[in-house]
Design a protein around this ligand. Structure first.
Ligand code: CMP
Length: 423
């Protein structure tokens, strides 16, 4: 199992594994609890999952070997687990029921959840897993937990399911689990013997814990949003007092406020700057690379060229700030770099001042002179406060040499831009 999600494809692969294991995590306890017969489509899926897990083992073989050197015992365990997970138990005619001790083997596949979750919720990802996806994972895991508790309850308390068909029995148990986990506990379904009483107590404690985690997370999100608002409110009040004290002219006040608004919208508060600046230089550089990757992730032509290309670009980017009206590029100047807008907007103008294009966040410019080895073909002027990322000429030319796809894409943009100019 890889410890990093290097790019989108790996994320999709982890998603497929997650779906496969989630399916097993629902199916296996259900079959075990009700002693259900394995149907042909389940056999088919069993075979497919075995192929998926074998493929995963094969794809990550080298990575595992590297890891093995670092932590031998843990990784040997993971490899054994992975190997066992490949065996198609259903296809081999294994009977899944509570009495067949061998069927517990099927649970091994589910143990593979752990490394996947480490990757998905890990912090070392290059392509960050979006929060909404993490929330979906969280929701699926909660459902699986509820499902497992319900199944165990049915096994422990068959008396509650007497004379009921499987569906009603399951729904009844689900009802018991949710009322207990949410600490509502109507008390209409109660344990009848010691083991199930102990089990119920454990669910109750788990319920309180889960409740705490959910409430804690929600309030953390709210206070965090408030913290930003509170900070900016305080800052604006400080600024107003300062302007009043020194009788700052209105025009300057407006300019400062608009710059401050720019800082707030891009969320790079003083605090963030402070946090970054306090870190050791190599980590600052590493952070800068991740921040740059986030930026160039939005730029289709870099994005499509793969993780390695993006990392190269990110390592070479340099940041600059411009105020409204500043010239980023002057027509007819010599060209030594291309630019990407990280935040803000800029106008492309011709010698007569005519605006031919308006560029926004994530767009790039300054490529024509580099590709065609000529002087700048237009002015580019910041129309508000801009954070611009520069990519040096030699790095850019090197990149388009190594990634021919990039050159095609840039050429398409150049053609389109020249077309716009002609009209
Ligand atoms: P370059 O000629 O190096 O410097 C000026 C830049 O402005 C140019 O590269 C393009 O990136 C950009 N540019 C020129 N014309 C247009 C246009 N019509 N639309 C968008 N961008 C343009």
């Amino acid at each position: 199992m890889t410890s990093h999600i290097q790019n989108r494809n790996q994320l999709i692969w982890q998603l497929i594994l997650f779906l496969a294991i989630s399916f097993e995590a629902f199916e296996v306890p259900l079959t075990l609890t009700f002693g259900l017969k394995v149907l042909p489509w389940q056999l088919f899926l069993d075979g497919i999952f075995s192929i998926v897990f074998s493929l995963d083992l094969y794809l990550n073989f080298k990575e595992r070997k590297k890891l093995k050197k670092k932590n031998k015992l843990q990784n040997s365990f993971i490899i054994v687990l992975d190997l066992l997970a490949i065996i198609p138990f259903d296809l081999m005619g294994g009977e899944v029921n509570v009495l067949n001790i061998l069927s517990a083997y099927k649970l091994i596949r589910i143990a593979r959840f752990i490394p996947i979750l480490q990757i998905i919720f890990g912090v070392q990802n290059i392509t960050a897993v979006p929060t909404w996806l993490k929330n979906i994972f969280g929701a699926v895991l909660t459902l699986i937990l509820v499902h497992w508790i319900s199944c165990i309850w049915i096994i422990l308390e068959p008396v509650h399911g007497k004379n009921l068909d499987n569906v009603s029995n399951y729904v009844k148990s689900l009802y018991f689990t949710t009322t207990t986990l949410t600490t509502i506990g109507y008390g209409d379904i109660t344990p009848t013997h010691t083991i199930s009483r102990i089990f119920t107590m454990m669910i109750q404690i788990l319920g309180v814990g889960l409740y705490g985690v959910v409430i804690g997370n929600v309030s953390r999100l709210l206070t965090q949003a408030d913290r930003y608002k509170e900070q900016s409110k305080n800052k604006i009040q400080d600024l107003q007092a300062f302007f009043k004290h020194y009788a700052i002219p209105l025009a300057t006040q407006k300019e400062i406020f608009s710059y401050y608004e720019h800082l707030i919208t891009k969320r790079l508060s003083d605090n963030d700057h402070m946090i970054i600046s306090q870190l050791p230089t190599p980590i600052q550089k590493e952070l800068q690379i991740y921040m740059s990757i986030k930026l160039i992730n939005n730029i289709p032509f870099f994005n499509r060229s793969g993780a390695e290309c993006m990392r190269k670009v990110a390592q070479s980017l340099e940041q600059e700030h411009y105020s409204p009206g500043d010239y980023i590029i002057k027509i007819d100047d010599e060209a030594s770099e291309m630019f990407i807008i990280g935040h803000g907007e800029a106008d492309v103008t011709l010698a007569d001042g005519k605006v031919v294009a308006h560029l926004t966040e994530g767009e790039y410019f300054g490529e024509i002179a580099l590709v065609e080895s000529r002087r700048r073909t237009a002015n580019v002027v910041a129309s508000n406060f801009c954070d611009i990322y520069k990519l040096k000429k030699d790095v850019f030319l090197d990149l388009i040499k190594s990634y021919p796809k990039l050159l095609d894409e840039v050429q398409q943009t150049i053609d389109a831009r020249k077309g716009i100019k002609k009209n």
